[in-house]
Write a protein that binds this ligand. Sequence first.
Ligand SMILES: [Fe+2]
Length: 303
Amino acid sequence: MAIMRLGRVQIRVPNWEKSVHYYKNVIGLIETARDENHVYLKAWDEHDHHSVILEKADSAGLDHLAFKCETAEDLDIYEQKLIEYGVEVDRIPAGYRIAEGEAVRFRVPTGQLVELYHEIDVVGNGMPLVNPDPWPDGLVGMAPPRLDHLLISGDDVEGTTKLFQDIFGFRIAEQLIAEDGESKIATWLFKTNTPHDVAIIKGPQGKLHHIAFWLDDWTEIRKAADLMGKNKVMIDAGPTRHGITRGTTIYFFDPSGNRNEVFCGGYITYPDSPTITWTTEDIGRAIFYFEREVNERFTTVFS
Ligand SMILES: [Fe+2]
C-alpha cells in the first residue's frame, strides 16, 4: 500500500487567536504541541501526534499537504520514482517539526507542496487498546474523529492527477469532464477506500479550496450546523448532499478565510471500482444534489 492516508495539512491562519480558538473549540481538535508560530492539532480518533498544523502567517492558504507512508523505505522508493519522473525533490530533516521524522517534499503541477513521511510520535486516541469505550471523555465542538480529504486547485489538473496515479497508485473515483468530452476539470482520487483522499479542480494555481473533516452521520452534520449558528461561523453551502461521492456536507469558513467542510457518507472504493464521470451540464446536481446549482462564492473563493 505504501501511502496509507492523508496524514497532515498545514494551514496558514492570519487571524491567529481567533483561528486557534475556532479549530480547538468549534471544530473540536485537540492541541498536542505549539511553538511560537505553530499550533499542532489532532482529531480525537487519530493516534498520531497531529494531523493539522496551524501556521501564523500574513495570508490564508495551504502551506502543504502530507501523506503518511507505511515504512521509512517507502520514502526512498518514492523519492527515486519522483526523480525519475522529473520532479525536483527535497528532504526535510527529522525534528524540523515537533514529533516528526524525515520527510520527502516536492511540488505537484497544480503548484501545491506535498510531503511524504513515515515517522511521527504516536499519542493514541484517548482510550485504551484493550476493552475501550466508543469515544473518550471531554470532546468539544463538532469533534470530528479524523481529517478526511482536501480539494486543491491549479491549472494542470491532468498533470497532478497523472503524477498521483503514476507514482503513488491513486485511482480516480469520479471526474468532471469538459464539454470537449475529454479534458478533466476535476478529479476525485483515492488511495484508501473512500471516494476521495484528495481532489483536484481547475482554478487558481497552488490554492486550497477546502479541507474536510469526517463526521459519522447526518445527525452529526446537523449538530455541526447548530454549532456554526451558535458561534457565528460563516456558512458557504449546506447542509446538503453531493451528487459526486454521495456524501452529505456543509462548507464554511474558518476565521482566517480558509474553507472547511464537514463530510459524511459516500461509498467504499476498491482497486476495481469503476470511474464515475460527470458532465458540465449536470454540474449543479454533481456538486449540490438538492439545490442543483452552485453558488458563485463556491467556485470563485480559494485560499
Ligand atoms: Fe470535500
